[in-house]
Design a binder for this molecule. Structure first.
Ligand SMILES: Cc1cc2nc3c(=O)[nH]c(=O)nc-3n(C[C@H](O)[C@H](O)[C@H](O)COP(=O)(O)OP(=O)(O)OC[C@H]3O[C@@H](n4cnc5c(N)ncnc54)[C@H](O)[C@@H]3O)c2cc1C
Length: 412
């Protein structure tokens, strides 16, 4: 590309920020404009439900780069401004401040927004969500010793908030609609292991129930569950998933996946959308993964980081497929959970070590192949777990279960 060309990135989150960096890293010398509706510099979200919420991390630590980085690298940051419309034919994006910005190539990195609770009382004071820095800073002072917290949703975010709140001395109840926690990503047996770790820390978990209504006189006071249980609460935190911010693409006629949590902007393995010169990456991208041989949308730090870099490079260099085994981690109490793969089905589990004692691995097997794995405080094995999923090499259950056999050797 000539140095005169202009690349616009919509969304200045983790993906947008890393993509801008990667464009410069790849030698692109043209104009780079990063448009973000939040007023914060691009930042990483994992600490929002962990260290930042616990108060053990400084706010500055979550940003990708200091402000000076963007000046020094001639990256134009338009913060507190949202993109309103993509005018594909004109090659420009209309912005909320009534200006527009022209592009030769465009990356959409708009991530997702929280799904909101729809029951009566959901708008009472004391109902919180966690997606951005402001959410965390609002909730943090509420999580004090003795405060009664109901967490709606037993996914990763809900469980992380539960752990953080418990560590701050709160009385915590998690309410999960499915019959297990981590229902979207884990086998019931793995969900049960994680739930037991929470029980041991004093978290009360209600499964198979949702919230019928929240009652209170301006402030939340009670959560009434569909199973009839009534909880007296001071704070409600909702973590029931996100919806991809795909509308700006859909309205421009760019192909998207199905509506709802599974949707997203459809891209190929290079991050290219159905529109010429328009790309998408990160949480919003419903991308083709050549290892899994299907489209999927991921909500993970690793995907934000690596898809941003891969797709940004593809915008300015010879395209190389973004092909990685999905990877996610979570910290809850003294448990570091890491997940490799995103299996939709499996026929059995193989256990190595003792996950119940917070040191072990659960393998998800299909025939003689590992299709996924959840590691309990075994982060250093992730490389080999990813490799086993990626190669699909045949392996023996007994070898996987045998701690005397190194995963490095099994993975080859
Ligand atoms: C609380 C929390 C904890 C997490 N913990 C972990 C973890 O432990 N491990 C892990 O692997 N992953 C974790 N994740 C997931 C990970 O942080 C996300 O996958 C990642 O942030 C996705 O980055 P993104 O930039 O694609 O999307 P986002 O982070 O959603 O950023 C998108 C940005 O685009 C902006 N935007 C949207 N529309 C427009 C528009 N029209 N114009 C301008 N700007 C727009 C949004 O305001 C936002 O700032 C966590 C996420 C959260 C919320």
């Amino acid at each position: 590309m000539s140095t005169l060309e202009s690349i616009v990135i919509i969304g200045a989150g983790h993906t947008g920020g890393r993509a801008a960096e990667a464009l410069r890293g790849a030698g692109f010398a043209g104009r780079v404009v990063l448009v973000g509706e939040e007023s914060h510099l691009p930042y990483e979200r994992p600490p929002l439900s962990k260290e930042l919420l616990a108060g053990t991390m400084e706010l500055e630590k979550v940003t990708l780069n200091p402000e000076s980085y963007y000046d020094e690298n001639n990256i134009q940051l338009l913060l507190g401004i949202s993109a309103q419309e993509i005018e594909l034919g004109l090659g420009r994006v209309r912005l909320s401040d009534d200006t527009d910005v022209a592009f030769d190539k465009l990356m959409i990195a708009t991530g997702g927004r929280v799904r909101r609770l729809a029951c009566p009382g959901a708008d009472l004071h004391g109902v919180y969500y966690i997606r951005d820095i402001n959410d965390t800073l609002l909730l943090r002072p509420e999580l004090r010793d003795g405060v009664r917290v109901a967490v709606i949703g037993g996914g990763f975010i809900g469980l992380e908030v539960a752990a953080t709140a418990r560590r701050r001395g709160c009385h915590v109840t998690v309410i999960e609609l499915a019959d297990q926690v981590l229902a979207r990503v884990a086998d019931p047996a793995v969900g049960a292991l994680v739930a037991d770790i929470h029980h041991a820390e004093g978290v009360h978990i209600v499964t198979g129930a949702s919230v019928e209504r929240i009652e209170g006189d301006a402030e939340v006071a009670e959560v009434i569950c569909t199973d009839g249980e009534t909880l007296e609460v001071d704070v409600v935190v909702v973590g029931i998933g996100i919806l991809p911010n795909q509308e700006i693409a859909a309205e421009a006629g760019i192909a998207c996946g199905p509506k709802g949590t599974q949707g997203g902007i459809k891209v190929d393995e290079f991050g290219h959308t159905s529109a010429a010169n328009v790309y998408a990456a990160g949480d919003v991208a419903f991308h083709y993964n050549p290892i899994l041989k299907r489209h999927l949308r991921l909500e993970s730090w690793g995907n934000a980081q690596n898809s941003a870099i891969a797709v940004a490079r593809n915008m300015v260099l010879d395209p190389v497929a973004y092909a990685e085994v999905p990877w996610f981690w979570s910290d809850q109490f003294d448990l570091n959970l890491q997940v490799a793969g995103a299996p939709e089905t499996w026929d059995r589990l193989v256990v190595r070590g003792d996950p119940a004692a917070k040191k072990g691995i659960v393998f998800y097997m299909t025939g003689d192949r590992v299709v996924g794995a959840t590691a309990f405080n075994q982060g250093r094995e992730m490389r080999f777990l990813k490799k086993l999923v990626e190669t699909g090499a045949p392996v023996d259950d007994s070898a996987l279960a045998d701690e005397g056999k190194r995963l490095r050797d099994i993975a080859g």
